[in-house]
Design a protein around this ligand. Structure first.
Ligand code: DGJ
Length: 748
């Protein structure tokens, strides 16, 4: 039996219309008479084999420059387009701009041909979503050409078969005979017919990453961006455009992200006719790429998700896409080890005995992986030295890293190490040998961050050197895990190995260098589990997930703060990607005293691990931790492969509780987490309405049977004892600040 195509890209020659469709969505555009790509529709599926070109609206607009002789209606300024260009009468921001030798930046890209094929192509040197079988997606390449310059542009679309997902990227090929400078290239340009959207973004700072912020779209430009060289904790490369009536569970929303880890721009421009132009791409600010004849520039991939099941529906699509079509390698499907990291336990103050004491305890409670964080290399006993020297500090670990690794493994634990491969300290052998490898502008002062400087990853020699250094340590200690950190952003950006007319390329080349090193390491060492990190979640993006299946979500390990951070992160990223650890109290970032069970109840909804000195805990705490790990291992596959639902948002004003849950794929097991902030006297009654269960199945919670329908429609009673002076008479246990509950809900 031949397998049915589930995604289809239809081309109707009579109206030159492309219709990308699967059972969920339709994305339709056509080629105009003068060869422009005009957007017709994006949203819930509509039938194929029909023309939609009547959706092109042309009206006479006063003052609008027109493109056709004797025609006052056809103006690019008011047409919805797929790849708007600069300077030929569209005054909104373009998706592409090419500066030519005569100084002009005007182009006239015209349809030339297209190709449709099964599957999805990878992007050279860049991360991208992928398929394992051709039937999982279909790809459309539309080629446009600018006759005058010879520049050819390939607009690449892919539609996934089973998911409401469309990806897009743009390749620019210089088939002319002169250099062209690409100053502006958006991976995605989507002109939507109206502007009735709430714009939702994930913003923050170090230690406060991906908080959910909303605003209503208005005429004009609204955007988020990074100019720091990394995707950044300030803004995540993501936006959701939701209808005013959209909730977590119902209503329309369009989510978009960029599979990229550097400077980005996410922008919505609402024009005077309330058309919304949504764009995602490399930030044009400080970007200019010289394209010599025969050279190609490949843009990063943008991912577009449509949901009519509200924000949760959108997030679940992103989660499935990232888990199955972005994260690669053997760790994609393997259970991740419960780890212990020594950073908050010791900081720089450790020796082998101290580490082994923590590791021994860790093994006893069921931890599976020991991670040695910053401070094991070069002269790194403090922040001012050592970065760049990736060989063991024998004063600290006299028998070497291989010996320590063997001892840890001898305890029955896996062994992992921290690196910060993109950085250099002035006090390092690497700097003394290669001062020019540091990113700096000649004759200008270089700014430090945390006393360190950034290596010039736009120079392949630098990447080679770090690769070789890392391989020696990896081979010596047979590493099973690497935490790849990145603790400062780029400044005084200039690459001394590149000529003046290529300095606009440095930010992007830097990212390509990072990807190159990741690619070489993950290819050479497919068994190593990588966790990305950038002072916590400063580079938590889809680009990184392609190489490192998990990312340290935030340096803020306080469980209460983590509720917001993990809630926001879940808009896009699956639980299996969110590094989350139980840390010590008083918490090192907030000084807060959160009970051990609540700390774990938050951390379970992530990759799960510990970041404290187990040798300093009481016997009771150790017993509790042992139980926590046993619990997590039992349900790990539900946490990591299940469907996640956000139920109650910590971002809602006056809300004192947060809740969320995860449901196994077969809907037989669910785990719900409920978190209360401050204790209240005479508290009102609370219920948590569960999601994702089978209404007509019975489920058991704490020995009681409830129907799925009851749990979803009436809700699960989540009231706790009402604190007050009669607290002793309550049938429920006494309550306190930062209480939490965790329910395992199993099919009867
Ligand atoms: C920042 C990371 O986020 C921390 O977890 C830790 O690895 C430190 N860097 C070490 O310098």
């Amino acid at each position: 039996m031949t397998k049915q195509r589930k995604a289809s890209i239809e081309y109707l020659a009579n109206c030159k219309q492309f219709h990308l469709s699967n059972k969920h969505i339709s994305y339709i555009f056509c080629v105009s008479e003068d060869g422009k790509l005009l957007q017709l529709y994006y949203g819930k599926k509509v039938p194929q084999e029909k023309s939609y070109t009547h959706l092109i609206e042309q009206h006479y607009r006063q003052q609008a420059p027109c493109r056709k002789k004797d025609d006052l209606l056809y103006s690019l300024d008011s047409l919805k387009q797929e790849l708007p260009e600069y300077g030929t009468s569209d005054y909104r921001h373009p998706a592409i701009r090419l500066r030519q030798p005569n100084g002009s930046a005007i182009s006239e890209l015209v349809y030339s041909f297209h190709k449709i094929k099964a599957g999805k192509e990878s992007l050279p040197g860049l991360p991208a979503t992928y398929t394992e079988e051709p039937l999982e997606a279909e790809t459309l390449k539309v080629c446009l050409k600018d006759e005058l310059t010879g520049v050819v542009v390939e607009v690449m679309y892919a539609i996934f078969s089973d998911l409401p997902v469309i990806t897009r990227n743009v390749n620019v090929i210089n088939q002319g005979s002169e250099n062209i400078f690409l100053t502006h290239l958006m991976s995605l340009n989507l002109d939507l017919p109206d502007s009735n959207y709430e714009w939702l973004q994930l913003s923050g700072a170090w230690g406060r990453e991906r908080h959910v912020k909303k605003r209503t779209l208005q005429q004009g430009i609204q955007s988020i961006e990074s100019t720091r060289g990394i995707s950044s904790p300030q803004q995540n490369p993501f936006v959701a455009l939701a209808r005013a009536e959209t909730t977590e569970f119902s209503g329309e929303v369009i989510g978009a992200t960029l599979v990229y880890s550097g400077n980005f721009l996410v922008q919505a421009e609402v024009d005077t006719f309330d058309v919304t132009r949504l764009q995602l791409g490399i930030n044009p600010f400080n970007f200019e790429w010289k394209l010599a004849p025969k050279e190609t520039f490949v843009s990063p991939e943008a991912v577009l998700v449509y949901s009519d099941q509200g924000l949760n529906g959108m997030s679940q699509t992103f989660h499935t896409l990232f888990r199955k079509h972005l994260v690669r390698g053997e760790w994609r499907d393997r259970e991740r080890p419960v780890l212990i990291n020594n950073w908050e336990a010791t900081y720089f103050d450790f020796n082998e005995d101290k580490l082994l004491a923590i590791a021994e305890k860790a093994q006893q409670v069921g931890v599976e992986l020991f991670v040695l964080d910053d401070g094991w290399f070069g002269q790194r006993t403090h922040e001012k030295a050592g970065l760049g020297d990736w060989y063991v500090n024998k004063d600290r670990l006299p028998d070497g890293m291989g010996a320590l690794a063997n001892k840890i493994r001898g305890l029955g634990l896996k062994f992992g190490l921290w690196f910060e491969p993109e950085m250099i300290n002035l006090d390092s052998d690497l700097y003394r040998k290669h001062p020019d490898w540091m990113l700096h502008t000649p004759n200008r002062k270089a700014s430090h961050g945390r006393h360190q400087y950034v290596l010039n990853y736009a120079n392949p020699e630098v990447v080679d050197n770090i690769f070789q250094q890392m391989c020696l340590v990896i081979d010596d200690s047979k590493l099973q895990y690497i935490k790849w950190d990145m603790n400062r952003v780029l400044s005084e950006v200039y690459a001394v190995n590149l000529p003046a007319d290529q300095q606009g390329e440095v930010f992007h080349r830097y990212v390509l260098g990072v990807y190159d090193l990741y690619e070489r390491l993950t290819t050479k060492y497919p068994n190593i589990l990588f966790e990305s990190c950038s002072s916590g979640g400063g580079r938590f993006d889809a680009g990184m997930l392609y190489y490192a299946p998990q990312a340290w979500t935030s340096d803020d390990t306080d469980a209460v703060e983590r509720l917001k951070i993990q809630y926001g992160t879940s808009f896009l990223y699956p639980l299996s990607s969110m590094g989350s650890h139980v840390s010590v109290i008083p918490n090192h970032q907030t000084n807060r005293l959160v009970p051990l069970d609540t700390r774990a109840n938050v951390a379970y909804f992530g990759t799960f691990g510990y970041e404290l000195d187990l040798s300093k805990l009481s016997a009771d705490e150790i017993t509790e931790i042992k139980e926590q790990i046993a619990f997590f291992k039992k349900y790990q596959s539900v946490f990591h492969n299940g469907t996640f639902y956000r139920i109650q948002s910590p971002f809602e004003k006056n809300r004192t509780e947060t809740s969320w849950m995860v449901v196994s794929e077969d809907q037989t097991i669910a785990i719900a987490g409920y978190y209360k902030m401050l204790n209240e006297v005479n508290r009102s009654f609370h219920r948590m309405k569960l999601q994702g269960l089978k209404a007509d199945w019975d489920y058991v919670i704490d020995g009681h049977v409830h129907s799925g329908a009851e749990l979803m429609y009436a809700g699960l009673v989540s009231s706790d004892a009402s604190s007050g002076f009669l607290i002793d008479q309550s049938p429920l246990p006494p309550t306190h600040d930062y209480d939490s509950r965790l329910w395992v809900i199993e099919k009867a």
